[in-house]
Write a new protein. Sequence first.
Length: 117
Amino acid sequence: QMQLVENGGGSVQTGGSLKLSCAVTGRTTCTDRLGWYRQAPGKEREFVAALPGFWCSGATVYADSVRDRFTISRAHAENILYLQMTILKPADTAIYYCSVGGPSGYWGRGTQVTVSS
């Protein structure tokens, strides 16, 4: 059974950085893209970034709002997904979720990121 556990959230000031991790337990395939989403208070969950599954090739994509500030990556042997976030803004405040297989796939429980001005 697939399990995803996020870590690395916290509180930072504007301009700060955080690195989120997501440990994935279970078998994935190359049709299972790995991704990060976020949900801010009072808003719907939105896409942040995604890349191909472990040991798979393909495109990496970012939401316009985070491109050039966030970097998604993965450690193949350890089955860990990362999200390096830099130049954080208050608008980045949200619960961040990792996902395997897109919106209809598997989800972690989320980790809170709070950016203060």
